[in-house]
Design a protein around this ligand. Structure first.
Ligand code: PEP
Length: 250
């Protein structure tokens, strides 16, 4: 979108141990002035690598984020990580409402919205993920599902600075399948319109990412679609060469 600086974000999911930190270093080093002058780049490693990843990315253009946060700041929530703890690791972003969290952890729109609010309170940019399932697309419910997820998951008062929306069709995640260019354009046009209606100029300036089987080979085509302001990348973000190739395509 004219005037919006693209964001290329990588989601490592539950992958990566210390030996994979060389990929973080390679991405940080590979974001030369040409690339970092034009796009923002973010990697979301597992929580165990967060603090050391921010140290590696320090004083480079690479930003580091987390993949999820709890709704509360602290307390009796064994195994959970709060937005404050993520900020304390010097990370700047957090994904909320990824389809794997919604499906495998039963997260509702209300939960996702509470997590998004917790993220903002901790000073993190929240990347709020939405997307329809294959069954919902087949029955023609895609835009209704996206509208409901936006209404339920995006907190009031969201701005272009503190909020990014990621459209990830569930059936396109990790499958090698992608929607058609026309389907992505339709979904992103709808999301843009909803965000403008609700947040005015902030919604017009909000970054809308596409996610789902983005690879170096299809990135240029997908990232050129109207209202696609970057990508959220799973599998292809694990290798620096692939992630950097997608950054270049952007
Ligand atoms: C994701 O998990 O956010 C994702 C888009 O995965 P992949 O790129 O592997 O489809």
């Amino acid at each position: 979108t004219p005037g919006i600086r693209p964001l290329v974000a990588g989601n490592w999911k539950m992958n990566g141990t210390r030996e994979n930190l060389d990929q973080i270093k390679a991405i940080a080093d590979g974001l030369g002035p040409d690339l970092s002058g034009q796009i923002d780049a973010l990697i979301c490693p597992p929580a165990t690598l967060l603090y050391v990843a921010t140290a590696i990315a320090d004083e480079t253009p690479l930003m580091i984020g987390a993949q999820d946060c709890h709704t509360e700041q602290s307390g009796a929530f064994t195994g959970d990580v709060s937005a404050q703890m993520i900020a304390d690791c010097l990370a700047s972003h957090v994904l909320v409402g990824h389809s794997e969290r919604r499906t495998l952890h039963g997260e509702s729109n209300d939960t996702v919205r509470a997590k998004a609010e917790a993220a903002k309170s901790a000073g993190l940019v929240r990347i709020i993920c939405i997307g329809e399932t294959e069954a919902q697309r087949k029955s023609g419910e895609t835009l209704k599902v996206l509208g409901d997820q936006l209404a339920g998951s995006v907190p009031d008062g969201a701005t272009a600075q503190d909020t990014v929306i990621a459209y990830e069709p569930v059936w396109a995640i990790g499958t090698g399948l992608t929607p058609t260019v026309a389907d992505i354009a339709e979904a992103h046009g709808f999301i843009r319109a909803e965000m403008k209606t609700r947040f005015g100029g902030e919604g017009a300036a909000m970054r809308l990412l596409y996610g789902g089987s983005v690879k170096p080979s299809n990135a240029a085509e997908l990232l050129a679609i109207a209202d696609v302001d970057g990508a959220l990348i799973g599998g292809a973000s694990l290798k620096a060469v692939d992630f950097l190739a997608i950054c270049k395509a952007c």
